[in-house]
Design a protein around this ligand. Structure first.
Ligand SMILES: *Cc1c(COP(=O)(O)O)cnc(C)c1O
Length: 457
């Protein structure tokens, strides 16, 4: 098989291999890395997954992309270490199911991507004897998953920036109680301030010696691990065409599913379920792309995104070109310019998309609980509600709705809607008893840079 290389969606950077795409994160022309081709599995291979365990399927799919840069034994080991938790698929009604992606160590589906990405980064940097500083800004779940995934690895420093008052107490404690190689900075500002500091650091030549690496959601290394669970879900049924409903924010989860389909997974439709940030459903129906600014604040807070970064990849795959206009220094001047329209007819055939209001999401949590005696949290409720809306006009042979967080991460919402206290999983128990450690900083870049250099020396 020819080697898979990675090109930028902005078409103005050279090809790189997987390892470069992993450590660079974003292409130098600010585009997102896409594989030059997507390997295809035969129907027989996909059929052979039936009855296999998660790690085995993940390994089989991963090696299609990674066999030219990591040995089979090493990859198998990393995958076994990353996926040491259950992935339950719950039958809800007839052909409809919920796949629960919330059993990882931080109780959010971000664990799937963060854990393998951390393993791969650690593997490559160790082999080359280089030290690594992972710098991330987070608005919630990413920080905890990344921190946990890198915690305790030698040769790696992790520095996480989060908005001081912008994350929930559980989310904060998941980042600040790990200690060791994980440092946290609480920024007196919002998520955009955190992101601005991180971006400036990446463009700062004086910081090059620290080997800064991003672990944000645009990294292809975080996309690949999100392909596996679609194959796993399908393997439990092993026939027909599936409809997946994906609760979407930055569209990384969705993009993982689309890659699975490109690899040969029989998918009839992706239901792209978004909250009140409706830029994608509007685009799908009208062909007009306009970011929502500022993004709407909904209870499914990890999906409060008005301009999903992975949309550039999705539109690229359908022959279009979406980009942000930037100044010479890289600052974004205008977001979301559609320079070339994708094949809209094809997109409408492959996707259905619904914007779910907060009111509909909480109604869904209530109805789902009373009808099926099972709990959804706000993100999973958006997905389930999207699947129901789709079903009103279409027949579903096999429907799988993705639940991306544990209800116990949203105790206030669940209590307000249902009057009950969600059961706390082991991973979230005892967090409040652990010692928190973080520093509060302002939004000034010079101060931040000083702190960064101290932490790295
Ligand atoms: C990040 C996140 C999402 C959105 O996933 P994307 O890949 O950004 O579309 C959905 N639910 C939860 C709980 C998340 O943490």
């Amino acid at each position: 098989m020819p080697k898979i290389l990675y090109r930028s969606t902005n078409r103005n950077s050279g090809l790189v291999d997987f390892k470069d795409a992993l450590f660079k994160g974003q292409a130098p022309d600010y585009g997102l890395y896409m594989p030059t081709f997507i390997p295809r599995l035969t129907g027989k291979e996909i059929e052979s997954f039936n009855g296999k365990g998660y790690s085995e399927i993940a390994f089989y799919v991963a090696k299609e992309f990674l066999q030219d840069c990591i040995g089979g034994r090493d990859l198998r080991l990393l995958i076994n270490q990353a996926y040491n938790f259950r992935v339950p698929i719950e039958k809800i009604e007839n052909n409809l199911h919920v796949m629960r992606l919330d059993r990882g160590p931080t109780a959010s589906f971000k664990d799937f991507a963060a854990r393998l990405m951390a393993g791969l980064m650690h593997h490559f940097s160790k082999k080359e004897g280089r030290k690594l500083t992972v710098l991330v800004s987070t608005s919630g779940d990413t920080g905890g998953a990344v921190a946990d995934a890198f915690s305790g690895l030698d040769n790696v420093n992790v520095i996480i920036l989060f908005p001081f008052r912008g994350v929930s107490p559980v989310q904060r404690m998941q980042m600040t109680t790990l200690g060791k190689n994980v440092r946290t900075l609480a920024v007196k500002g919002d998520f955009d301030d955190c992101q601005a500091l991180v971006k400036q650091a990446f463009n700062d030549r004086e910081l090059e010696e620290f080997g800064l690496t991003s672990a944000n959601s645009i990294n292809f290394g975080r996309l690949l691990p999100q392909v596996f669970y679609y194959f796993y879900a399908y393997s439990k049924f092993g026939r027909g065409n599936a409809v997946f409903s994906v609760p979407s924010g930055n569209f990384g989860n969705l993009m993982g599913g689309v890659i699975a389909r490109e690899m040969g997974l029989p998918v009839e439709k992706f239901v792209v379920s978004v909250n009140e940030n409706y830029e994608f459903p509007r685009f799908l129906s009208s062909g007009i792309y306009k970011p929502i600014e500022p993004s709407k604040k909904c209870s499914s807070n990890s999906m409060n995104i008005g301009h999903p970064s992975n949309l550039a990849r999705l539109i690229d795959l359908y022959g279009g070109w979406l980009y942000d206009k930037r100044s010479g220094s890289g600052k974004i001047i205008k977001k979301g310019i559609l320079k070339q329209k994708p094949d809209m007819k094809m997109m409408r055939k492959d996707f259905a998309s619904f914007s779910i209001t907060d009111k509909d999401a909480s109604e869904t949590i209530k109805k789902f609980y009373s009808k099926y005696k099972s709990l959804l949290e706000p993100h999973g409720a958006v997905a389930w509600c999207g699947l129901e809306k789709y079903q009103k006009n279409s027949k579903i042979g096999l429907g799988i709705s993705l639940e991306t967080a544990n209800p116990a991460k949203f105790p206030d919402e669940i209590r307000n809607i249902l009057g009950i206290q969600p059961k706390i999983p082991k991973s979230l128990k005892g967090l409040g008893k652990k010692q928190e450690k973080f520093e509060v900083i302002g939004t000034d870049y010079k101060d931040f840079k000083c702190r960064l250099m101290e932490l790295n020396s």
